[in-house]
Write a protein that binds this ligand. Structure first.
Ligand code: ADP
Ligand code: MG
Ligand code: MG
Length: 889
């Protein structure tokens, strides 16, 4: 018979796939001798078997569960449902990847009318026994019987009011007994059945519903967001209970072995005295910082600190640990790799190398390149005066500005419409996750640094402030008050998640800077990587940023952006509207010094690093006014001022716009097709490049440009354009007496070019794969239309696994890239190759580029640090791969 159920002493941390993360780590901790309440894990395979059988636990699995239960009873000396000495257990879900708050846990299972009395006698603490029972009824009813907690909370609140109690700890055993009677009535009214008394029935119902919770809405949303496959299934852990709610010598808490926000190497966490389970994370009471445990329970603290150290050394990574203290005795209930901000990830990785816990390569693999985005974001300008409102807990760093909303659904709606909102809540629950995703930031008035909102926000790299108790939220009136200030729904606030500050209005932000640790990690990445990283930059400022962020050159400089400048557009229009070559050349002569100036700026910023310049690419009509707007203007003038000179001018313009109008501009007269028909344009650009180099040569800067001809589909196009550039160089050489060292290559962005790359390589010194257009032309999608109309549906319905404009489609577009490299190198082994689409800044695409043998990737300046790290990771992960070419950059 296949094994479906594992006792905690039968597994270890390498069995995550089978036991889930929680189960595998419980087993591992058991085996290294930590105080873990005993129990067993029902495997993820049982979950899949459950779904395969049409949501039924098979007799095999049932049998194994009962056997494991018997062993648990034997080990603990207690029996499920035995009034004189009852075993109580928790039923905990645990998937392969940790999904915080996504699945439902049931505590105190095994309680019923008889065992509660047994517990009361046994512990001589009736209050505790009845408190546990009512918690169990509420949790079980919510998770398993689908009775909303609202009913229970309402009853409890009414009860407190009636008896003049302010908080739960004031209720006596008798009070809880009364409340329990009320709870049971709620269950009967809502489900038309008595609350299940038979513990084994309770157990199986609970297991079923953990399996069911694998497919609840919030679990599905979380999986989609984190790209966790649906078929993994969840395991179920059955664990004997320990109690943090027996009185003031007990408690429960959560701690990280290092600060998950900054990475600082100090124990970081929170606990609550006389509390059970979720009380800390739920944010109902604001917990105490872990440091106070040291004075309150010195021995327990000492033991806990040692355990944390041991777990960190054992797992060689920062851990997130749940613990409970029962009458002064410490129990560890969970450990997992702690989620952390990018800042913390970097600091922890670097410091663990310095502490000798891990090596540099491991450190490089520890930081998710995608997360680095957080650090390259802007921060609040400190010098700007702030209208400070309040301060909460700095739960997740980053700054954000947005309009206040109080409802997750509304946050989602407005966020999806492109509005910037900040979600303000008393506390958040997993049901708010869609609102958190869409908001710029989250603020809560209750809950600590490990509350749900904080954990989720840190995971997403979103700014978050928690436990801001000065904030009095009135959900009905849709406003909050801080002192005398009233902030209404829709008002703009700014928050700083690194300091916990909430400010009124919008505050300017400043550019990011790389911390010392970050620079060190990137320096290690540069040592490790065998793939060049360049940046796409169209102007000297971007080039400067790229250089600061460590780009080894510019992989794509788009010259049309130089034409779009407001001062230049009229001259560009003059050039386009010219009725003969003479007029056109006159306009081009005006543009030439401007282009030359731009090139000089970029070359200077890059200080001799290679720069790839692409000659003009977009169709000319992009530089002219919109056809429809022009038509309206002309029509107006025809009526209002029919004899004006302006009308004549506008009519002429309209005529030209109509001439240039295309059925399908993406596939129309653009790229090298422009250069073929109007060679004077490319000639001007080529000359501007060489003049710029000649001028810089006088200043002692040597520049070796790479001139790129876009949109080549047939080798003859490249042949002709190449000759044009060579002629321009010769002309400038004659005029200036300087000689030039340069490369001429092409952007591969038409499938035909990739398929005939051997022919094209004869005329090219380099290939740069323009994967934005190559994706458009391979799929036959126009990106704007696709993203606006159907791509989202395709991704949601899993027709496509990802947006191919964000993540390179390796099967299709990737095959063309591979073919292009292979054919090109077969003809010209030294052919330089790179990628310059947006994919050049995406980690999985970067890995693909590495494996395909490209020399470099090029991406936006802000993604350069990310790309350097991703390139290092690809190199480390595939150490066995031989590189045919060393990167030149
Ligand atoms: P989650 O995955 O949402 O963190 P857990 O299964 O870890 O859910 O449990 C929720 C809470 O209940 C945690 O605080 C945990 O420590 C507590 N808990 C779980 N099992 C037990 C147990 N056997 N005894 C005491 N507390 C428990
Ligand atoms: Mg947990
Ligand atoms: Mg293109």
């Amino acid at each position: 018979m296949k094994k479906f159920v594992y006792m905690f002493n039968e597994g270890n941390s390498s069995m995550k796939e089978l036991l889930g993360g929680k189960g595998a780590n419980l087993a591992e901790m058991t085996s290294i001798g930590l105080p873990v309440p005993f129990g067993f894990t029902i495997s993820t395979e049982s979950c899949n078997a459950y779904y395969d059988a049409g949501k039924e636990i098979s007799p095999d699995v049932q049998e194994q569960i009962l056997q494991a239960l018997a062993r648990l009873e034997q080990t603990t000396g207690k029996r499920l449902g035995e009034p004189s000495n009852p075993l109580l257990v928790s039923v905990r879900s645990g998937a392969v990847f940790s999904m915080p708050g996504m699945m439902d846990t049931i505590l105190n299972l095994g309680m019923n009318d008889e065992t509660v009395e047994g517990m009361a006698k046994l512990t001589k603490n009736p209050r505790f026994a009845y408190d546990s029972y009512r918690r169990f009824i509420q949790m079980f009813s919510d998770v398993v019987l689908d009775v909303d907690v609202f009913f229970f909370e309402q009853l409890l609140e009414e009860y407190r009011e009636k008896h003049g109690y302010n908080s739960d700890p004031e209720l006596t055993a008798e009070d809880w007994q009364e409340v329990i009677a009320g709870y049971k009535k709620i269950v009967k009214d809502r489900t038309r059945k008595e609350f299940p008394q038979e513990p084994k029935e309770q157990l199986f119902l609970a297991i079923n519903s953990v399996f069911d919770s694998w497919n609840n809405q919030r679990a599905i949303v979380y999986r989609r967001l984190n790209k966790i496959p649906d078929h993994l299934g969840t395991a179920v852990n059955i664990q004997s209970m320990v109690f943090g709610n027996t009185g003031d010598e007990s408690g429960t808490g959560v701690a990280f072995t290092r600060n998950p926000s900054t990475g600082e190497n100090v124990l970081y966490g929170e606990y609550l005295i006389n509390a059970q389970g979720e009380d800390v994370v739920a944010g109902i009471r604001t917990p105490q910082p872990i440091a106070t445990l040291e004075s309150e329970m010195p021995e327990v603290f000492q033991q806990f600190a040692e355990t944390c150290h041991l777990l960190e050394q054992h797992y060689q990574d920062m851990q997130d640990i749940e613990f409970t203290v029962e009458r002064g005795k410490l129990f560890i209930l969970q450990t997992r790799t702690g989620k952390r901000t990018a800042q913390a990830a970097i600091r922890i990785a670097v410091e663990m190398v310095e502490e000798g816990i891990i090596d540099k390569k491991t450190a490089l693999l520890r930081v998710d390149p995608e997360q680095l985005n957080q650090l390259l974001h802007r921060r609040i300008d400190e010098s700007y005066p702030r209208n400070h409102l309040a301060k909460g807990l700095p739960a997740s760093p980053g700054a954000a500005t947005g309009a206040v909303v109080f409802d997750a659904d509304e946050a989602e709606q407005l966020g999806n419409d492109g509005k910037r909102v900040i979600l303000v809540r008393p506390e958040t629950t997993p049901d708010d996750i869609h609102g958190i995703i869409a908001a710029q930031a989250v603020v809560t008035s209750r809950g600590g640094m490990t509350s749900h909102a904080a954990v989720v926000a840190r995971g997403m790299g979103k700014a978050c402030i928690c436990g801001c108790e000065a904030l009095k939220i009135d959900l009905k009136e849709k406003q909050f008050r801080i002192g005398d200030t009233v902030v209404n729904h829709g008002d703009v606030i700014t928050i700083d998640g690194a300091t916990g500050e909430i400010m009124l209005g919008e505050i300017p932000m400043i550019e990011p800077q790389l911390s010392e640790e970050f620079q060190l990690l990137l320096a290690w990445a540069d040592e490790a990587r065998k793939l060049g990283v360049r940046a796409n930059a169209d102007n000297p400022e971007d080039a400067q940023k790229a250089f600061e962020f460590g780009a080894g050159g510019i992989g794509l400089c788009r010259t049309e952006h130089m034409f779009m400048d407001a001062k230049r557009v009229p001259i560009v229009q003059k050039m386009i509207l010219a009725s003969n070559l003479e007029e056109r050349e006159a306009a081009l002569a005006e543009l030439l010094p401007m282009q030359q100036g731009d090139f000089e700026g970029i070359f200077e910023a890059m200080q001799g690093f290679p720069v790839t310049i692409r000659l003009l690419d977009p169709p000319l009509h992009e530089f002219l006014p919109d056809k429809e707007e022009l038509l309206v203007e002309v029509t107006k003038l025809q009526i209002l001022d029919p004899s004006s000179a302006e009308l004549v001018e506008k009519e002429q313009l309209l005529k030209k716009v109509r001439q240039l109008d295309e059925f399908n501009p993406m596939l129309g007269h653009r790229g090298c097709r422009l250069g073929m028909i109007h060679p004077e344009i490319y000639e001007m650009q080529a000359k501007a490049i060489f003049y710029a180099i000649a001028k810089l040569a006088d200043k002692g800067l040597e520049v070796k440009p790479e001139i790129m001809i876009p949109l080549v589909g047939h080798v003859n196009e490249l042949k002709e354009m190449r000759q044009l550039v060579i002629d321009a160089a010769l002309q400038v050489q004659e005029e200036t007496g300087k000689t030039f060292d340069y490369l001429i290559g092409t952007m591969i962005e038409i499938p035909r070019a990739a398929l005939t790359a051997d022919q094209i390589a004869e005329e090219a010194d380099f290939f740069s794969f323009g994967t934005n257009d190559l994706t458009q032309t391979t799929f036959g999608y126009s990106r704007d239309d696709a993203e606006r109309k159907f791509l989202q549906a395709y991704i949601e319905n899993k027709v496509l696994p990802e947006n191919p404009f964000a993540v390179l489609d390796q099967d299709g577009v990737g095959k063309l890239v591979e073919t292009g490299v292979k054919l090109g190198r077969a003809k010209k082994p030294q052919l330089k190759t790179g990628i310059c689409g947006e994919h050049g800044g995406e980690k999985s695409s970067i890995e693909f580029c590495y494996l395909t043998g490209l020399d470099y990737v090029s991406c936006s300046p802000y993604r350069v640090p990310l790309a350097r790290l991703a390139a290092a990771q690809a190199t480390i992960r595939h150490e066995a791969v031989e590189r045919t070419l060393q990167p030149q950059i």
